[in-house]
Design a binder for this molecule. Structure first.
Ligand SMILES: *[C@@H]1O[C@H](CO)[C@@H](O)[C@H](O)[C@H]1NC(C)=O
Ligand SMILES: *[C@@H]1O[C@H](CO)[C@@H](O)[C@H](O)[C@H]1NC(C)=O
Ligand SMILES: *[C@@H]1O[C@H](CO)[C@@H](O)[C@H](O)[C@H]1NC(C)=O
Ligand SMILES: *[C@@H]1O[C@H](CO)[C@@H](O)[C@H](O)[C@H]1NC(C)=O
Ligand SMILES: *[C@@H]1O[C@H](CO)[C@@H](O)[C@H](O)[C@H]1NC(C)=O
Length: 352
């Protein structure tokens, strides 16, 4: 039932004429040549647009890093550091699934078909992807250290306890210190770069700051039947979902920058905005962005249709779902139940 009626496509032709007039001159100068904006391959672009080499039980470290071919620096570290290939796979899953989830009801839905175009400049979306990927990597490494999944790192060392409070540092904390160091090294964030590179680096740094912002003290109770007369605490990062949600807010307040001076200013004033270089591609012109339109996309609700479908209309599709209901025991001893079927209708809205 999720299929979109093809016949509606004809309707579009008429709407298109209107769109040409309205949006024709708003089409951004987005089509820059070159692979990525800096003319080089980037790890984040690869993370979002390439398949990670499937990890099999007998894969060698070299094989597991094969997807990083062409990225000399990252490939070298990946091959050397035991446990890292698995973490990179985990990072990809986190970053990509967060992107898809966050953009589910946006004009651009983080789809694989268009994602490469987003690395030809630094759009608002690109900025978010850089910060998502960086925070995912730092998050995954921090956890891995605490869980003993990565060589050369372990639980975070804690601060000194005071003798006033009824708690003490203990247990195993997420190692953000090590994770930040490795993330910076892996993503070459210390390296001096050209202007677009500095924009991407800045967004990565925002990602790392947001991870640290989500570090909280977690405590375990001790004492007779957990009476909590004594507690041990460690620092733990909140679930990645919360980090992604903060970055999503920063995406909405992202600001355009023109030069490195703008970034220097933001750094000096300890700002935490995501930054971008070019306005986002416009999906509302008749040919869509990169040949993709929002036709056939499902809206979250009617209000969402108003933006998701551009100026086009939407269709309401009623789907019927069958649920089990009014269940009763048939033979209690045999654990058999007898249920009725109840039907439930739900309306979905799709862009024309
Ligand atoms: C990437 O993986 C998907 C699904 O696993 C597959 O359909 C696609 O062909 C793969 N792409 C490449 C370039 O290998
Ligand atoms: C890994 O093991 C599978 C069977 O367990 C085998 O088919 C495959 O060829 C092996 N791969 C390598 C690279 O040894
Ligand atoms: C994104 O939207 C396109 C249509 O524009 C659709 O084909 C694709 O399946 C969607 N992807 C996801 C991840 O929802
Ligand atoms: C904590 O205890 C140590 C010695 O046991 C003492 O030197 C120190 O002053 C105490 N700190 C506080 C804040 O009470
Ligand atoms: C779709 O449903 C909404 C409310 O559920 C209603 O306002 C709208 O008129 C309906 N549109 C069509 C084309 O039936």
């Amino acid at each position: 039932m999720r299929h979109f009626p093809i016949t509606i496509a004809t309707y579009l032709l008429t709407v298109c004429l209107f769109d040409v007039v309205l949006y024709g001159n708003l089409i951004n100068n987005v089509t820059k040549s070159g692979k990525t904006v800096s003319g080089k391959k980037s790890f984040v672009a690869m993370l979002f647009s390439t398949n990670v080499t499937a990890i099999k039980p007998n894969s060698t470290q070299k094989e597991m890093c094969r997807w990083l071919r062409g990225l000399r620096h990252q490939d070298k570290i990946c091959k050397k550091k035991e446990g890292l290939p698995q973490l990179l796979e985990e990072t990809k899953k986190l970053a990509v699934s967060s992107c898809v989830e966050l953009f589910q009801y946006e004009q651009w839905n983080c789809s694989k078909t268009t994602i490469k175009n987003y690395f030809k400049s630094v759009y608002r979306e690109t900025a978010l992807m850089y910060s998502l990927a960086t925070s995912a990597l730092m998050y995954v490494i921090s956890r891995a250290c605490a869980e003993g999944k990565l060589t050369n790192c372990k639980c975070a060392s804690h601060g000194r306890s005071d003798n006033i409070s009824k708690w003490d540092w203990g247990g195993c904390g997420d190692n953000t210190k090590y994770a930040k160091k490795l993330t910076k090294h892996f993503l070459q964030l210390r390296k001096k770069g050209d202007s677009p590179n500095n924009v991407m680096k800045y967004n990565s740094e925002v990602g790392m700051k947001v991870v640290l912002q989500h570090k909280v003290k977690e405590c375990q109770c001790h004492g007779i039947s957990k009476s909590c007369t004594y507690k041990t605490c460690f620092m733990r990062i909140r679930p990645f979902r919360e980090i992604a949600s903060t970055l999503w807010q920063l995406y909405h307040t992202a600001i355009p920058v023109e030069s490195d001076n703008n970034i220097r200013y933001l750094k000096q004033h300890r700002k935490r905005n995501l930054v971008y270089l070019e306005n986002s591609p416009n999906f509302c012109n008749p040919r869509g962005a990169f040949g993709v339109t929002t036709t056939g996309r499902r809206c979250k609700d009617i209000n969402n249709c108003a933006t998701l479908c551009c100026t086009r209309k939407h269709v309401n599709v009623t789907e019927v779902f069958a649920d089990h209901c009014n269940c009763r025991w048939k033979h209690e001893s045999k654990f058999e139940v007898d249920c009725e079927k109840c039907y439930r209708e739900e309306v979905f809205y799709y862009c024309l």
